[in-house]
Structures are given as C-alpha cells and as structure tokens.
Design a protein around this ligand. Structure first.
Ligand code: PLP
Length: 488
C-alpha cells in the first residue's frame, strides 16, 4: 500500500463517483431489461494474470457495469425502502475501510470498540429509547450489517434463556409469534436457531387495526399453544412494516410478552430513523418493555451500507448465547468467564461472525456532520413530500390510498369501478410496469387483502419534493394511457 498511489487512485474513484452522482438521474432508474448472463459474455472467463491501471478498471465499470445497475441513489428511486448514501456516510465508510481495524475484542482496537459503545448510546438517546437499553443504563448495543443478522442473535439469546430454564430437550416446544406483516427474516431466523417451522405463528392482521398486530390476537394464539403444551418464546413487534409501513402497538404487545415470559423484539428497521423526530416517538411507546430493538441507519439515516443498530436490555443474555472464549482471543478486557461482567466490550460476543467492521466511525461521522437537527430535517422533508403525494392521490378520483400513511411510504392504487378485483389488479400491474419501463422512476408493489398495491417509498438522499411531484405527473400520464387502452 503505497501512500502516493493510494492518494491518486482514491481521488480518481472519488471523482468517478462525483460524476456518477451528478449524472445519476440521467440513467434509467431500474436496470433495463437485460438478459441474465449478459455480463459473463463480456467479461473474461478467468481473473487476469497481470494487473491493469485503475483508469482501465474504471472504464470497464462505466461501460460494462453501470448499464446493468439499478440506480439506488437516483432521486427517483422509490422502490423497496431506499438505502441512503451521503457525503458524510461515504467519508465515514472511507475512514472505516481505510483504517481497516477489526475490534472483535476490545484489545484488538480499544478506541474502535469504545466508539461503538458511545455511538449506540447516542443513537438510542436520539430515538428516545429508555436507559435500560443503553450501556449507561445496564443494557447496550452493537452495530451489525443487517437486521437479519441482528434478529438471529436475539432469537438465539431468547432460545438459550428459555432452555436454561426448561432443559435443551424442550427446544421443539418453543414458539415464535409474528404477524402476516412481519419481515420474513424472523421466519428464517427462527429456522436457523432450531425452532421447528411448525412453531412459527403468523398471526393475521386486518384493515381494522391498520394492519398492526393486536394483543388480543397474540393472546388467543398463545392460549391455544399453551393448552397444547407448547412454550411461548419470542414476539416480534414491527414499527414501520416493509409492505405497508404499519405499526404494531409496542406497549400492548410488550405487556402481553411480559405476562407470558416471552422475549419482545421491536423491529424498526426503516421507521426507527423517524423516531429521532419527537412527533414520531409515540410509535415507540412501551419500548421499555422490549428485550431488544433494532433499526437500520443504512435505510433512511444518511449512512451508507451497511449498518444496523441492535440494542438489548440484557447484554448477558446475548453474550451467553453468542460468546466463544478461545485462549488466542483472551485480552485485558475479557471477563473471568464466571458471572462477573467483562470490563470492556468484546463485540465478537454480540454477533454471529468473529470479525467486526469499524462501522462505528461511519455512524459517528454521520452524526457529527449532520447533527440531530440536520438528520431531523432529512426525515421531515421526505415525510412532507410523502404527505403531498398522499394528498394528490386522495383528490384524484381515479386513485385511492389503500392504507393511511404513517411515515414516508404511500401505498395506493389506480381504482376503477370494476366489479372484480382481479381486473383492478391487472390495471395496477400494467401501470407499475409502464412507470418502471419508462426509466424515469422505480417503484415496487405489495399485496394486501388480495389487492395489488403500488408503494411509493420516499427516502433517497437526493430525493426532493420536485422528484415526488414529477413521479406523480408520470403516474397520471401512464394511468391515462392504461385507462385509454382498456377503454375506461
Ligand atoms: N425489517 C423490516 C421492517 C424491513 O423493512 C427490512 C428490510 O427492508 C428488514 C427487516 C430486513 O433488513 P436487512 O436487509 O437489514 O436485514
């Protein structure tokens, strides 16, 4: 690693990216319909024997790779949930990648481990989490790569806590509860930690509760299981579901979880970012009843991939399930292996892998550069734009909002007075395809109560009100064409 070459080549990459960001709205947002295997045809069959200059490599990126990408950083990307990139997020990622330290145990990079402890406490305070989930109050947090990994860790912790009481042979009796709106990662996680698939309860929600999970429904499911000799283990409450942005009532579910001795996890992957604004903190009411909470700064918090905050009320429960203690990793911060608390945090015991990225410096740079005020402004401008869009949809009688908006996700559909829902679904499929094929915007869909729904997720780092206004104009134009084609 020659510092001179490093400086020159890094600048070239930064300039390449600056040009990309300048032009990103000129690319079709979603990758054009390309044939699978296209890249294999243009790239050599094996890695090159000799290295090439960076400019040749960047030219290949420009020519071969960029045309096949979906441009997640386009201001007209409204699909899934956006994944934020930002100047500060990138600067933080550069520091993380450049320093490339690995704080898997405290002594392996003390300031990196300690910065992580500080940053997760800062984040918890910004979200209005209780002291009990912060290091300063006996809990604590970790930065992982994704909610999926975080969920597996919490499921393992809940499982081991229950089996320590029941005996390992009872693993087949443990039951996990979620709703039909819960992210599928909980099913995958439950399977990974050995919960039988038949013991994963998907509880139905309805429009009446805004697609939130009710405590009554959980109680009924738990009663049925307990009567059959099963043991309630884990309940997931989501604040901001993936499909619709629905919110489960955390307090109600937390009280039910406490009564039944279940672990409560609050998944706020997307909407957790909004909780830095006081007007959204009510959605986390009751979070002090949670055993664990997670949110993804890489979604809507100006933090480049990857970064997921996980907080736990009992670090001991997590580390009992995940810790390993080989001699070659023992260090001055390592606890005695008994019940005493370790003097410093060994993050290897808070996650699945051993190695640990220095994500803390990235999130720290984001927090330092924007401050809470800047980050709240980022959230609020998207919420304002989503509100504008929701209103525009509401007043156009050809459209309907399917579920009231809570954050920056609007779920809507083109609505025509057809007797059969199938026909309306087909119109909406056609409309969504027409918008996405135009290359001017990209949105995705969801199905709720059998209805095909179009989702507009506002949240891109470069997305402003004008982009939302443009996509509405585009939708109206495409809707006219679709309706005309069907003579409606
Ligand atoms: N939970 C919710 C509510 C989500 O919306 C998502 C992704 O969109 C996830 C979990 C999964 O997140 P990750 O990709 O970080 O595992």
């Amino acid at each position: 690693l020659d510092p001179e070459a490093f400086s020159g080549e890094s600048r070239a990459v930064v300039n390449f990216l600056a040009e990309y960001y300048r032009d990103v709205d000129k690319y079709p947002v979603r990758a054009a319909e390309l044939e699978p295997g296209l890249l294999r045809k243009v790239l050599p069959e094996a890695a090159p024997e000799n290295g090439a200059p960076l400019e040749d490599v960047l030219e290949d990126v420009r020519r071969e790779i960029l045309p096949g990408l979906t441009h997640w950083q386009s201001p007209s990307f409204f699909a899934y949930f956006p994944m934020n990139a930002s100047t500060a997020g990138f600067a933080g990622e550069m520091l993380s990648a450049g320093l490339n330290v690995v704080p898997f145990v405290w002594a392996a990079s003390p300031a990196a481990a300690e910065l992580e402890c500080v940053v997760v406490d800062w984040m918890g305070k910004l979200l209005g989490l209780p002291q009990s989930l912060l290091f300063s109050g006996g809990g604590g947090g970790v930065l992982q790569g994704s909610t999926c990994e975080a969920v597996v860790c919490t499921l393992a912790a809940a499982r081991d806590r229950a089996l320590a009481r029941l005996g390992h042979e009872n693993i087949m009796r443990l039951v996990v509860y979620a709703s039909d709106q819960t992210h599928v990662t909980f099913q995958k996680g439950a399977r990974l930690v050995g919960i039988p698939p038949s013991n994963f309860r998907v509880i139905q929600t309805s429009a009446a509760s805004g697609y939130g999970l009710t405590a009554d429904a959980v109680r009924a499911a738990v009663d049925r299981d307990v009567a059959r000799g099963l043991v309630p283990l884990y309940l997931c409450a989501t604040v901001g579901t993936t499909g619709l942005g629905a919110v489960d009532p955390v307090r109600e579910l937390g009280e039910e979880a406490r009564r039944r001795g279940m672990w409560l996890h609050v998944d706020a992957a997307y909407a957790g970012s909004a909780a830095i604004c006081p007007e959204f903190q009510d959605h986390l009411d009751g979070v002090e009843l949670a055993d664990s909470v997670s949110m993804n700064p890489h979604k809507w918090f100006l933090t480049n991939m990857d970064c997921c905050c996980l907080w736990v009320a009992s670090p001991r429960a997590l580390t009992s399930a995940l810790s390993t203690d080989p001699e070659y990793l023992r260090n001055v911060g390592t606890g005695g292996g008994g019940t005493e608390e370790p003097a410093a945090v060994d993050y290897k015991d808070w996650q699945i892998p051993l190695s640990h990225r220095f994500r803390a410096i990235k999130l720290w740079v984001v927090l330092r550069r924007y401050g809470a005020v800047g980050l709240r402004a980022h959230i609020r401008q998207h919420v304002t734009a989503a509100k504008w869009f929701e209103r525009a949809v509401t007043v156009d009688e050809r459209f309907e909002v399917v579920v009231p908006r809570k954050f920056s996700l609007v779920c809507f559909r083109l609505w025509a007075r057809f007797p059969e829902d199938d026909a309306v679904d087909d119109l909406n499929r056609e409309l969504l395809a027409a918008v996405n094929e135009s290359g001017q915007a990209f949105m995705t869909h969801f199905v709720v109560d059998g209805k095909f729904v179009i989702r507009l997720a506002v949240g891109g780092a470069m997305t402003e009100m004008k982009h939302v206004m443009d996509v509405w104009e585009l939708l109206q134009g495409k809707a006219e064409e679709v309706l005309r084609r069907h003579q409606i």
